[in-house]
Design a protein around this ligand. Structure first.
Ligand SMILES: *[C@@H]1O[C@H](CO)[C@@H](O)[C@H](O)[C@H]1NC(C)=O
Ligand SMILES: *[C@@H]1O[C@H](CO)[C@@H](O)[C@H](O)[C@H]1NC(C)=O
Ligand SMILES: *[C@@H]1O[C@H](CO)[C@@H](O)[C@H](O)[C@H]1NC(C)=O
Ligand SMILES: *[C@@H]1O[C@H](CO)[C@@H](O)[C@H](O)[C@H]1NC(C)=O
Ligand SMILES: *[C@@H]1O[C@H](CO)[C@@H](O)[C@H](O)[C@H]1NC(C)=O
Ligand SMILES: *[C@@H]1O[C@H](CO)[C@@H](O)[C@H](O)[C@H]1NC(C)=O
Ligand SMILES: *[C@@H]1O[C@H](CO)[C@@H](O)[C@H](O)[C@H]1NC(C)=O
Ligand SMILES: *[C@@H]1O[C@H](CO)[C@@H](O)[C@H](O)[C@H]1NC(C)=O
Length: 625
């Protein structure tokens, strides 16, 4: 029994040490979108985390689009009813440099021709728009970009463009060297590098880094097999020799990559590669060489120029000389601005020699967008909850960026001196919104125009609104706001239009607002429960303090008590009189008449009627009439 326990403990120790060893590698996180369980895929038993229970999107079965896509069975898609933008927000990612790769999918049940086209952004910067035909080209079944993560979270958003529902098969976040694809002098930790093309020349077939046995720090790159530059223009070559200087920092290229190449022919010594690209963008071009041709044994035997779009970028390239030896990797990089729609790379050998090339990488250099001020983002999140914004608004990711896909109903302005976007307008009129206006709306310090007209927003108008001094237009008309207009609104000195008509507001309009009416501002207070105090509205009753109201209450109560007491007394007295009369009536039938008579005599004496007797005779008739 003891032996068994010891063995178990030993096994446990062994297992945990294995686990720590595995953790020491670069950070890697892979997500199988729409999966209910974590998935392990063959042959490398790669672990893919489930994303089931994720708030947005709909999980579905995926149909296979490309043999290079990971063998995953599910995807997540985002119909327009879920909003135009949907994001994966992945937290607890260690600070660092990452290769982020996203595979697209096709919903199995959907019609086969339905190929969605949408935009993708990372950290608020749009990195890619899917191109028609992506389902039939391997290296277009995914997009991949290198990005620095500084705040432990990664936000990846998918934006509808009206061409089908975005559908995502997988997301991979693979840590790479901090200086991967570093280039002088304009590289910074800010830039995003998106892979446009990555070609491995010569023999072989398309492979990922893992298939090449590459270092995991390389980010498991996909190398598309490139057979030829054109008919009879080149010959593939390959060797089994060891290649020096391949797999080292910062890029850790797989050594095997350099064992095959394309060599030009003497009939056509130039090699030219043309790639169609988006114009007016910057591209970083990485060219790979290794002298693996037996016919070249020393420097000076193969010399060529490299031109990019006609400009000589590298002159007299001599692989053996530049790399130091044969069978040694040489990597050259150059960043260029492309104004037209094509990027042409030409290798032009000197008299008598031929060109050779191992691999080509073309990356788009993307400058990151400025972000929205985080305090304003939080204020909008509070507003989203308070107004119960339906998902179709798609208030996900950053409100202002990518600039191509700002949040619905949010207007933004770039504060150049701060380098941040701020919110200067909210247009949420006639959207069927219910809820209330949170006091946090005042954290949007730059608001100029707010239109919430024609909703069912209620409660009080928050008095904090009075601190948003930039406010010029406030339209809260046709809602169910109640209470009074906060006094603080009088501080809104820039206010030109204030529409509060069609609500249930009551009480006095702040005097400062009333005064503004004279300055050609347009205010509408009509159709409310009882606003008062400015020209055009009824005058307000006496303005009473809380103390006065309590006083009045107490006074009213005392009066009430007094009245009750009086009426009780009166009733008792009346009962007594009636009883006395009944007794008297029974005792002396004429007593009543006499009583009246004597009273009438007293009255006539005061009224200066002549003869007392006449008066006495007629008195009862007159008084009784
Ligand atoms: C997805 O596929 C599984 C079997 O692979 C099946 O049981 C399930 O019903 C499918 N789901 C949908 C929505 O078609
Ligand atoms: C890219 O080229 C520049 C020179 O143009 C060089 O300084 C830099 O080290 C190169 N980057 C890498 C990663 O080799
Ligand atoms: C790189 O930056 C320098 C200044 O630091 C600038 O003059 C040059 O135009 C930039 N070049 C590119 C290609 O971005
Ligand atoms: C390309 O680089 C140039 C020089 O650094 C820069 O001025 C320009 O804004 C860049 N273009 C894009 C689209 O990033
Ligand atoms: C930009 O932000 C600064 C600092 O908050 C502020 O002083 C300035 O007024 C803002 N500029 C604009 C145009 O809003
Ligand atoms: C607010 O929106 C409503 C409805 O769309 C519109 O009629 C009104 O003119 C807008 N208010 C302002 C001040 O522009
Ligand atoms: C305003 O309406 C809400 C319900 O919509 C109610 O709870 C609140 O008491 C009302 N406030 C005033 C001042 O009438
Ligand atoms: C104010 O609002 C009412 C409806 O509530 C409308 O009939 C009237 O024309 C508005 N007045 C102005 C000056 O716009």
């Amino acid at each position: 029994m003891l032996r068994f326990l010891l063995l178990r403990m030993l096994l446990l120790c062994f297992a945990s040490s294995l686990a720590t060893a595995a953790q020491r590698g670069p950070f890697a996180m892979r997500i199988s979108c729409g999966a209910r369980q974590n998935v392990q895929t063959k042959p490398t038993t790669t672990l893919w985390y489930k994303d089931f229970g994720y708030t947005g999107g709909i999980p579905a079965n995926a149909s296979k689009t490309s043999y290079i896509a990971p063998p995953l069975k599910t995807l997540r898609y985002f119909p327009l009813s879920e909003g135009p933008s949907n994001c994966y927000k992945i937290s607890k990612v260690p600070k660092g440099h990452y290769s982020v790769r996203i595979f697209f999918g096709l919903v199995e049940q959907a019609r086969a021709t339905n190929e969605p086209l949408f935009d993708i952004s990372i950290q608020g910067t749009q990195i890619y728009s899917l191109k028609p035909g992506w389902t039939i080209q391997d290296d277009q079944a995914f997009t991949e970009a290198r990005v620095f993560l500084m705040d432990h979270t990664l936000s990846i958003c998918f934006h509808s463009t009206g061409h089908g529902d975005p559908a995502i098969l997988s997301i991979e976040i693979l840590q790479i060297d901090n200086k991967a694809y570093y280039f002088e002098p304009n590289w910074s930790q800010e830039i995003i590098l998106r892979t446009v093309k990555r070609l491995s020349c010569g023999f072989g077939q398309s492979k990922f880094g893992v298939d090449y046995g590459a270092d995991p720090l390389g980010g498991d790159r996909f190398w598309q097999h490139f057979k030829t530059f054109g008919q009879d223009s080149d010959r593939p070559r390959s060797v089994e020799t060891r290649i020096k200087e391949a797999s080292h920092p910062p890029n850790f290229y797989p050594e095997t990559l350099y064992r095959s190449a394309l060599v030009s022919t003497s009939s056509q010594p130039d090699l030219s590669y043309i790639l169609e690209v988006d114009s007016n963008k910057n591209y970083s071009v990485w060219l790979h060489f290794a002298e693996i041709d037996n016919s070249v044994s020393s420097k000076g035997q193969r010399v060529f120029d490299i031109m990019i779009n006609g400009n000589v970028e590298f002159k007299n390239v001599d692989i053996v000389k530049w790399s130091g030896d044969r069978y040694t990797a040489l990597v050259l990089n150059k960043t260029v601005t492309v104004s037209g729609r094509s990027l042409t790379i030409t290798l032009s050998p000197k008299e008598g020699s031929l060109a050779i090339i191992t691999a080509i990488e073309i990356l788009e250099v993307i400058l990151p967008e400025s972000k929205t001020l985080s305090d304003e983002v939080m204020a909008l999140q509070t507003l989203k909850k308070a107004l119960g914004l339906p998902p179709r608004f798609g208030w996900n990711g950053d409100p202002c960026v990518p600039q191509q896909h700002p949040w619905t109903g949010v207007d933004c302005q770039l504060n150049k001196s701060r380098g941040n976007w701020v919110i200067d307008g909210l247009g949420l009129d006639n959207q069927g919104l219910k809820g209330f206006l949170p006091k946090d709306i005042s954290r949007l310090h730059n608001l100029q125009i707010v239109n919430l007209s024609g909703n069912d927003v209620g409660g009080a108008i928050p008095s904090s609104l009075g601190t948003v001094t930039t406010l010029q237009v406030l339209d809260l008309s046709y809602n169910i706001f109640n209470g009074s207009i906060p006094e603080s609104m009088g501080q809104l000195t820039s206010l030109k239009t204030l529409n509060l008509n069609g609500n249930f507001l009551s009480g006095m309009v702040p005097a400062a607002l009333g005064a503004r009416l004279l300055h050609r501002a347009s205010f509408n207070f009509t159709d409310n429960s009882g606003l008062c105090g400015i020209p055009g509205l009824p005058t307000c009753g006496p303005h009473l303090s809380a103390g006065a109201k309590v006083g009045i209450g107490i006074g009213a109560f005392i009066t009430f008590l007094f009245l009750i007491t009086c009426s009780v007394c009166w009733w008792k007295r009346r009962q007594n009189i009636i009883r006395a009369q009944q007794i008297a009536a029974r005792a002396a039938p004429y007593a009543k008449k006499r009583t009246h008579f004597s009273r009438d005599i007293q009255m006539t004496r005061h009224s200066n009627y002549g003869n007392a007797h006449t008066a006495v005779e007629n008195g009862p008739i007159l008084l009784g009439g």
